[in-house]
Ligand binder design. Structure first.
Ligand code: HEM
Length: 435
């Protein structure tokens, strides 16, 4: 419920030069810098607006409690009326040209709002339920075993992110969708263009970062590529249903009819991108932590029952989905401030998961943290649809790896991708011994 309207307290604007780095993809490659910035914002500007040149004003939500309060009310704070992710004014203008006036190229679940959102979410809800995960577990365990063996075969040295973490969750989710293995590398490439559109190693060849509309151009190309790829698959599954997610989506019904075209393609896109890049980022982060903290490896080896807690803490620590933006559909009072109808609200999951008021010693990686109510999977009606799958596949992988991993150390500095949106390590160089 919205609180009764009370007088607004004086809420100073945040100096733009302070927040500008949080709008730049390259900042996120430097975790110390980015966390220092959000720590400062939590302390000095816990819920304030900023107007960074080239962008519309945004409320910057850095505190855990505020983020949950806003994310919970998805009827008031929409994902589809304006861009769901941070975008420049020039970028959003081009999106409108591409889409005939919409603010988002994609119309996946994250960009849908009540009441439409639930109808679309229900289409795949059963496929991602706990009961479905139970049925899927033998398949996931088999893939985890295979990737654990591939990892051990690299001994004594490997770039864990590049060789293992990027590929294992990709295989899980694309098998689930029903994408042939030969096409997995193409799906990985498109995902990296989408999420790491500005990273020098991962971005689309030919992209031009001097162009303020580059993000939109890349996203347009990515949408078209996925549309080309999935259209024949959709037709095929309508003719010959199979036991896969592609069949569920292609034959799904909303209000008695098929899914709207852009929403259907976007459903495939979110599953084919967010369904692995996030998990890859978290898995890479897990190995990075084990390499830096031999005490944790020893603890998990001594008691593998602690692995689920380890996985949960890797999600909090990595927070691969760093931000999403909402826009207010009405005036809303929070902390004595008024978020006005139409205002943009930047939800920093990354910051909320390090909020000193929500987590004890938030900058300590602690697999024993309990409870660990992080917002790494979001909060409210848009809470990650793949939450059970992500947890299951990561637990399964570490259960295969940790008992046989004798030691692991870094051979260089891990490198984070340059991305203000979905972000994780692109390289985790390690030396390791197998039992
Ligand atoms: C939504 C994170 C794995 C599919 C979300 C959201 C977050 C998130 C933060 C909320 C978006 C919002 O606030 O609007 C993660 C993390 C993962 C992960 C950290 C792994 C560690 C997966 C997997 C899938 C998946 C494996 C499988 C296909 C989705 C979908 C949504 C979503 C479809 C949209 C839900 C909705 O808007 O109703 N995820 N995700 N994610 N995620 Fe995940």
């Amino acid at each position: 419920m919205n609180a009764p309207i009370t007088p607004t307290v004086d809420a100073p604007m945040i100096p733009p030069e302070l927040v500008a780095p949080a709008f730049a993809p390259s900042t996120f490659a430097d975790r110390d810098a980015v966390h220092a910035l959000f720590t400062r914002l939590r302390r000095d500007y816990p819920l304030n607006q900023v107007e960074v040149p080239g962008y519309d004003p945004h409320w910057i939500v850095t505190k855990y409690a505020d983020l949950r309060e806003i994310a919970r009310q998805d009827d008031i704070f929409h994902g589809g009326d304006r861009s769901k992710t941070l975008i420049s004014q020039a970028g959003e203008e081009l999106v409108k040209q591409y889409t005939g006036g919409q603010s988002n190229i994609f119309r996946s679940l994250v960009q849908l709002d009540p009441p439409e959102h639930k109808k679309y979410r229900d289409v795949a809800a059963d496929s991602f339920s706990l009961a479905s995960m139970k049925a899927l577990k033998p398949m996931v365990d088999g893939i985890a075993r295979d990737y654990a063996e591939r990892f051990f075969a690299h001994a004594p040295e490997v770039d864990f992110a590049g060789e293992i973490a990027f590929h294992y969750p990709l295989k899980v989710v694309l098998d689930l969708i029903g994408v042939p293995e030969a096409d997995h590398p193409k799906m990985l490439e498109l995902t990296q263009w989408l999420f790491t559109w500005a990273d020098p190693d991962l971005r689309r060849p030919g992209s031009n970062l001097e162009d303020p509309t580059e993000i939109t151009k890349t996203w347009g190309i990515v949408f078209d590529e996925f549309e080309k790829y999935y259209t024949p698959i959709i037709e095929d599954r309508r003719r010959c249903p199979a036991h896969d997610l592609a069949t569920v989506l292609a034959n799904g019904k909303v209000d008695g009819g098929p899914l709207e075209h852009r929403a259907l393609i976007s459903y495939f896109i979110i599953a084919s991108t967010a369904g692995h890049d996030t998990t890859a980022a978290t898995t890479g982060t897990g190995m990075w932590q084990l390499a830096e903290r031999p005490d944790i490896l020893a603890m998990l080896k001594a008691d593998p029952a602690l692995i689920p807690g380890f996985v949960e803490e890797t999600i909090r620590w990595a927070t691969p989905v760093q931000q999403f933006v909402r826009s207010a559909t009405q005036d809303y009072q929070i902390k004595g401030r008024t978020i006005k109808k139409g205002d943009l609200v930047y939800l920093s999951y990354l910051s909320a998961n390090r909020d000193e008021e929500a987590f004890e010693d938030p900058f300590t990686f602690n697999p024993l943290r309990s409870p660990n109510r992080h917002v790494g999977f979001g909060f409210g009606g848009h809470t990650c649809l793949g939450i059970h799958l992500a947890r299951m596949e990561m637990i399964s992988f570490w259960q295969q790896v940790i008992p046989r991993l004798k030691s692991v150390t870094l051979t260089g500095t891990p490198r984070m991708a340059e991305s203000e949106f979905v972000c994780g390590p692109k390289s985790v160089p390690i030396r390791f011994e197998v039992e």
